[in-house]
Each structure stands twice: as C-alpha cells, then as structure tokens.
Design a protein around this ligand. Structure first.
Ligand SMILES: Nc1nc2c(ncn2[C@@H]2O[C@H](COP(=O)(O)OP(=O)(O)OP(=O)(O)O)[C@@H](O)[C@H]2O)c(=O)[nH]1
Length: 837
C-alpha cells in the first residue's frame, strides 16, 4: 500500500530578511537610489526592449516581466528606506530631547489659520508655509503629485484649487489628518470625540501611543517587504469534473505529471511547483494538515514517489489514504523564457483542484479566497458549458477576484465552434461582466488534450494554446502587481504622507516654541542685567546707610556718656538723703552707689537711642531694598534686650568711685582751712577711718609745720581747728562729698576707656544687626540672580533643542517627501486608496 512513499530529502534553510537602515544609511542609500531612480526606468525599459528585440516568442511578456521586476525592486528599496526613516524617528523619540508629538488642533499657527479662514479676516488666501522650497517643484518628476508643507493652505484657495485633493492624500488639509498612524481612542460606549480624548491625555502618553503605532507600521513594512520580495504566485485551476484541469496543467508544464482519467481522479489539491523551491529536488509531499506544512520539517508531510502518484491519488479517492493536499516539486526543463513555473520574474505554482460538485464547491471557493492565490483559472468543458456548481463557484469566489481566467477546453470535440463560443461568451457575460470585457485576453478556447507532449512530440504547440500561455503569464503578472505591489505602494503613500504631516506639525510646534523661548530669553536679559545693577546699588546704599547710622550712634554714645557726669551729680545729690554728720560715711557710700547706677542708666539710655536709630536705619534699608521682611525688624527690636547683655558693670564702677580719708582731706584744702585737728578727725568714726591712713595724715601735718611749732601751738590750734572743722563739716560736707564723688566719676570717665568701650560695644551690636540685614538682602539678590541664571540656562537649552528639532523635523519632512515622490513614480494600478496596517 505504501510503496509509492519514498525517502525524504533534508532541505536547506533559506530566509528573506529586511536590512535595517539608519537615517544616514538611508541617506546614502537614498542618494544612490536617487541617481539610480533617475535612470532606473530607462535602464529597465532598455533592457526589456533589448530582450524584446531578440527573437523571443513572447516579446511583450518579457517587457512586462522586466517592468514588473523594476517596480518590485524600486518598491523594495523604498520600503527599506521608509522603514529606516521610521526607525530613526523612534530612536530619536527615545534618545533625544525632542519627541515626535501627535498633531493636534492646538497647533497655534494652524488654529490661527483656521480662525482667520473662518472669520474671513485675511484679505488673501492663506499661503503654503514659508518653508516650502519652490526649487523642489523643479526637481519633481513630471506628472508627479507632490506632498507639500501645506498645513496653512485653505480649501478653496487658488493654490488648493490647482491641486486635486486626491493627489495630496492628507497633507494639503488645514487640519492634518493621519492615515495609518492615526490614534483611534475608544473609551467604552461614550460618544467622546477622538480629539477630546487625545486632549485629555498627557503629551507623553500620546507620544507613547504614537510610538506604538510607528512600531506597528514598521512591522507591517517588514510584511510588505516579504510580500513584494516573494516571487511566487499561485494560480488555482478549478472547474467542473472532467473538464480537463489536470490535462491543462500537464500541457502547460509540457510534462505528464498529474494523472488524467475519464473518471474523477483528483480528490485533493495538487500544487505543482518548481523544484528550485525544494533545493532543486523533484519530490511529492503529501500533506494531511496544510496549515502545519513546513518543507523543512519532515514531520509535517509524507514523501510520495512521483512514479506512483496515480496510484496514490486513487487510494485517496478510495479512502485508503487520508490526505488533503499535495505539493509536487518538479523541474521545468524548458528555457527561462518558455518556462511557466520558473521564468525569472515570478515563480508560478499551479494548483490543480478537485472537480466542482455539490460537496467540493464551497471548499474550492474558500481556497480561491486565500490571499496567496493571485489568479483563478476556470476550466470549462466546451461540450458541457457551465454547470450549476461551476456557476455557483463563479458567483461566490469570482466576485472577489473580479477577473477570472477562463479556459474552454475540449474545443476539438465541438463541431460548430462559433456557436459554442457565442453561447459560452454569453454565459460569461452573465457570470462575470469584467471578464467578459477583457474576453480577448481572458477567455481561451483550446484543446489541452492535443497539447500534451506525447501528442505534440517535438512539434510546435498550437497558436491558441501559445496565446493562452502568454495571456496567462501576463494576467499573473498583472494580478501580481495588484495583489503584491499595489498594497505596498498604497501603504507607503499613506505612511509617508503621515510622516510628512507629523514632521511638519512637529516642525511648526518646535518653531513656535523656539520663537517663544527666544522671546523669553530676549525679555529676561534686561531684567537680569537690571537685577545685577540693582544689587550693586542697593548693597552700596545699605552699606553706606549702615555706616552712617553706626557712626551717628557712636558719636552720640560718646558725647552723651562724656557729658553725663554733671547731670548725674545733681541728680545724685537730690536722690541721696543727708542724715547728719554721724552718717556721713553712709552718705558718701550711697552717693557713689547712686552715681554709678545713674551712669549705667545713661548707658542704657544710649542703648535705647541706638536701638531706635538702628530700627529706623533697618527700616530705611528695607525700603531701599524693596523688602518688607518682618524678620529684619524683629532682629533690630531685640537689640540689647537680652538679660546677659554685656554692659559696663555697676559694681566695678562703684568701686572706682569709693572715697578714702585723703579724699576728705582734699576737701578741706579746697575750703582754705589752715590745719586739721586729729581729735576732730577721730570723731568721724574709728570704724570709718583706717589707722594706717590716720598715722599717715599725722606725719603729713608734722612735716608741714615743724616739730617745735607743733609742740608750741598744738593745744590752741587744735582746739580752734577742731571747732572750725566742726563748723565746716556741719555746713558744707554734703556738697563737698557730692562734688568730690562727681569729680572722681568725671576723672574716671575721662581717663579710663569706659566711654570708648561702651560706644564701641553699642555700635558693634548695631552694626551686627545692619550686617545681618545686609547679608539677608544680598542673599535674596543672590537667589534671585541664581533663579534668573537657572531659568536662562534652561531656556538656552530649550532654544538649542528647539533649533535642532526644527532642523531634524525639516530633514524628516524632506526625506519623507522625497521618498513619497519616488513611490508616486512607481506606476501600479491601485484599486483602493487606503490600506491600513
Ligand atoms: N477530447 C478531448 N478530451 C480531453 C481534452 N482534455 C482532456 N480530455 C479528457 O478529459 C478527461 C478528463 O481529463 P482530466 O484532465 O482528468 O479532467 P479533470 O478535470 O482533471 O478531472 P477531475 O480532476 O477528475 O475532475 C480525460 O479522459 C482526458 O483525456 C481535450 O482537449 N479534448
């Protein structure tokens, strides 16, 4: 049973990969392609024409094949370049400071243009952007539509009117609209508009979504590359039972490959491919599950010996074998120009299908709908015309393929050939109007049975069959153009148009932001310079005012303290009570205490005044600095209020003012009394006078008058002096002591550094307050200047980024525009304008 199965060959791997181009590589490539593009068509046509001039049986076909090859290559190159451009955009998005943002209605110039157009305020129609290069028009290929920077053109303007809407897919609109990169946001069932939703999203989120779309598009370009570079084209041969489908395949191959029989013999799809698809090895692969078939995985198929193909097929019909599809790899030994399968441009695979009946019609229709089926050849028997199943198939499947290639076979068995033709063409008219229109090319009356190699021997093929073959190849090429090149072209047009819209809207945004930043920079500079100058002026004023105030405080303190003693003398006399001679020592002590206290009070007064002057000075400083800081005022208010304020010590001053006996004696001298009675002196109080000073005084007196005189006049003088002294003490001692203490204080003030020290202390404290305020003001200026500089640095960076962004987006636009022009130059008949990823 399995004798027809044979050993399997290990196939080698063959891959088709799409090289990735960077913008620079794309540049180089583009420049090289640019030169190539300029000569490409002529080269191809020249080569094709040269080939056509040779003694070829199919000159038109060769020309068509060359043209097709040329178009494919150009589109492949454009796909690579476009993908490179998209990759560059993505890479820039990820690494550079400027991202490609989604174009929105909020582009200021666009919005302004829109409102101007709406209000009709503009006297003349809005022109295309100034960035449009007129010289590009000259560089345009003749007859080509141009993608232009034209967001500011208005529908209805003369310029707009000159450009047919369809020739500028979307760029020429006032509000840019994207095709493949458009973000369609749908949130639940809410009828929120897409623009509203987009506006609600963060700019970065939209950029991220857009990046996703670009990535998707990049992947789709990979698919298109694969599709365009894939040279294989599948031709499905279907028709009624016994119409001669297998015979036709064998005749086309000029080899008996498939079994032919009067009985139904094809029960599964048999794909006949060039052996080159199988590393040049002829083989038959029987496949149970076509979707899992992998030529490189022997587990997905069984190898059948080609010699036993008929037996194998009969076993399938009889139910002994359960297979759904056959792949027959066979060598076409004819020359490239004659070979249908391997003709150098497109590798055609012929798929023989089971004859149509009630059971198979749906399966075959489904098969015909597959994307890789480029052409459907319908074989109808000239004897039977179209059966019900055939009609059903044509109605279902043919509608999708629009044109069907019809082979009316077994024409040799018809006697009234003209009548037969007429009847069948009438039927075709009903079934497929488009096929009928091109009947000359698409409907062929042949006898495949008479074209088999065993019938022909080495003789020539009949003309009608040769014509069928040529028309079939042309039809495959034409269909291939539509099925493979057209989607690539349309997609490229759409994506490049989107890139133009994106880059131009982003260039506009970047330009506007750049202009804004430059204006801000321009405006901020004088402000910055003014702050620098103001800082110098204010700080100088503050320093001068502080110095002046401190100088005033210093002079004031020195003057007040130096002149304080007179007031203090009078005030102290009034303040200290005189309790008689017996309390004279106490009086003297109280007096110096009070005077010392009063002097310290004067110092405090000076502090109060210094504080007031400082506060007022600080207030003036703040006015100069245009600062209303309460902190600085509080600082001045707390001056000298601390309990531990270092001030002159009252105790120390009191000590400095203490009187001794000599001071009292100096008091008598002033009054002019001649002598002093020791007795009277002792009256003061033994506890008041020290013995040491008493003895010292006695020696002084004795030395003055002499010892003999002292003996002689001692008693009367002492008596008289004692009396006099008593009288004097009683009369003037109080004032004399006050004067003496005051004098001591005055001398102390004059001779010591006390006043200087106090003045220095008070001034120093005040200066400290001024300094702290000046520092604060300087600090605030510094912060303001630093903020200015920071802002300026940011703006300068933004300006630099903006400049580069403008250049970058301009370059992207130019590149996309250039590519779009070359895409437009590839002439492919396009049925639908918009094909999305
Ligand atoms: N007279 C004549 N007979 C032909 C011609 N072509 C095919 N036949 C015969 O028609 C019969 C059926 O041919 P096949 O090629 O097996 O037909 P088929 O459509 O593949 O059949 P199934 O696959 O079984 O549907 C055979 O006996 C052929 O010899 C022809 O041009 N003229």
């Amino acid at each position: 049973m399995t004798s027809y199965f044979s050993a399997q060959h290990a196939p080698a791997q063959r891959r088709n990969s799409l090289p990735r181009l960077s913008l620079d590589e794309a540049d180089r490539h583009q420049s090289s392609t640019s030169t190539t593009h300029n000569v490409l068509p002529s080269l191809s046509y020249a080569a094709a024409a040269a080939a056509a001039n040779q003694d070829s049986p199919h000159p038109n076909l060769i020309l068509n094949q060359q043209i097709f090859a040329d178009k494919s290559n150009r589109l492949l190159s454009l796909i690579v370049n476009t993908k490179g451009l998209l990759e560059e955009i993505r890479e820039t998005n990820a690494t550079k400071a400027w991202q490609t943002y989604y174009p929105s209605l909020q582009i200021p110039s666009v919005a302004a243009a829109a409102s101007a157009a709406a209000s009709g305020a503009s006297g003349h129609p809005l022109r295309r952007s100034a960035s449009f290069h007129p010289e590009e028009e000259e560089r345009s290929l003749p007859g080509q539509s141009r993608l232009q920077r034209s967001f500011t053109s208005v529908p209805g303007s003369p310029q707009h009117a000159h450009t047919p809407a369809e020739s500028i897919p979307s760029v020429g609109r006032l509000i840019p609209e994207l095709n493949v990169l458009k973000l369609d946001l749908k949130v639940g069932n809410y009828a929120t508009g897409n623009d509203t939703l987009l506006r609600g999203l963060e700019r970065n989120t939209i950029a991220h979504l857009l990046d996703g779309r670009i990535q998707q598009s990049s992947k789709h370009l990979d698919n298109l590359y694969q599709r365009v570079s894939d040279k294989s084209s599948k031709v499905l041969i279907t028709g009624d039972l016994n119409a001669g489908k297998s015979t036709l395949v064998n005749a086309l191959m000029q080899r008996t490959i498939l079994p032919i029989d009067q009985q139904p013999c094809t029960s599964l799809f048999c794909e006949v491919l060039d052996a080159q698809e199988n590393e040049g090895q002829e083989a038959v692969h029987a496949i149970k599950e076509p979707s899992l078939y992998n030529r490189e995985d022997p587990n997905t198929f069984t190898v059948v010996d080609m010699r036993h193909l008929e037996k194998f097929m009969n076993d399938v019909i009889d139910g002994y074998e359960d297979y759904a599809q056959l792949k027959v790899y066979c060598t076409d030994r004819r020359k490239v120009n004659d070979s249908l399968l391997h003709n150098g441009v497109v590798d055609i695979a012929l798929i023989d299908s089971p004859g149509l009946n009630r059971d198979s019609v749906k399966t075959t229709a489904l098969f015909a709908r597959q994307q890789e089926i480029d052409v459907v050849v319908f074989v109808v028997s000239a004897e039977n015309h179209f059966t019900l199943s055939g009609k059903e198939f044509l109605w279902n499947a043919a509608n999708e393929k629009t044109h069907i290639f019809i082979v009316v076979n077994r024409f040799d068995s018809i006697r009234d050939k003209e009548r037969c033709k007429r009847v069948i063409l009438d039927q075709i008219k009903q079934l497929s109007a488009k096929t009928y229109e091109d009947a000359d090319e698409l409907v062929h009356f042949v006898s495949a049975g008479s074209c088999l190699p065993e019938t022909i021997k080495d003789g020539p093929l009949p003309d009608d069959f040769l014509r069928l073959e040529e028309c079939l190849r042309s039809f495959v090429l034409e269909k291939r153009c539509k099925s493979k090149l057209a989607p690539a072209k349309v997609y490229l047009e759409n994506i490049l148009s989107d890139v133009c819209v994106l880059s131009e809207s982003n260039r506009q945004m970047a330009s506007e932001e750049l202009a804004k930043v430059r204006l801000e920079l321009e405006r901020a500079e004088p402000e910055y310079q003014e702050t620098l100058i103001r800082r110098e002026v204010v700080l100088e004023k503050v320093e001068r005012l502080a110095e002046e105030t401190c100088s005033v405080i210093d002079s004031m303190t020195r003057e007040k303290l130096s002149n304080a003693v007179d007031d203090i003398e009078n005030a102290a006399s009034a303040l200290v009570p005189w309790n008689g001679l017996l309390h004279i020592w106490q009086y003297a002590t109280d007096l110096r205490y009070v005077m010392a206290d009063l002097f310290v009070d004067r110092v405090k007064n000076c502090e109060v005044e210094a504080k007031e002057k400082t506060r007022s000075g600080v207030s003036d400083i703040l006015t100069i600095a245009e600062d209303s800081s309460a902190m600085a005022q509080a600082d001045a208010m707390t001056l000298f209020s601390k309990p531990d304020a270092v001030r002159i010590s009252t105790g120390k001053l009191k000590d400095e003012l203490s009187l001794d006996f000599a001071d009292i004696f100096e008091v008598q001298d002033k009054l002019g009394v001649a002598s002093v009675s020791l007795g009277a002196v002792t009256m003061f109080s033994s506890k008041a006078l020290g013995y040491k000073s008493l003895i010292h005084s006695l020696f002084d007196i004795t030395n003055t008058v002499g010892v003999s005189n002292v003996r002689k006049w001692a008693v009367p003088v002492v008596t008289a002096a004692g009396l006099g002294l008593l009288v004097y003490i009683a009369a003037d001692m109080k004032h004399a002591l006050a004067r003496k203490t005051a004098r001591k204080l005055r001398n102390h003030v004059r001779e010591s550094t006390m006043v200087h020290n106090e003045a220095m202390r008070i001034t120093k404290e005040c200066r400290r307050v001024f300094k702290s305020n000046a520092w604060e003001i300087q600090n605030r200026f510094q912060k303001e200047i630093e903020a200015h500089e920071r802002r300026r640095a940011e703006q300068e960076k933004a300006a630099k980024d903006g400049e580069q962004a403008v250049i970058y987006f301009g370059k992207v636009f130019d590149k996309a525009d250039e590519l779009a022009r070359w895409v437009a130059a590839v002439e492919v008949e396009v049925e639908e304008r918009k094909i999305k990823a």
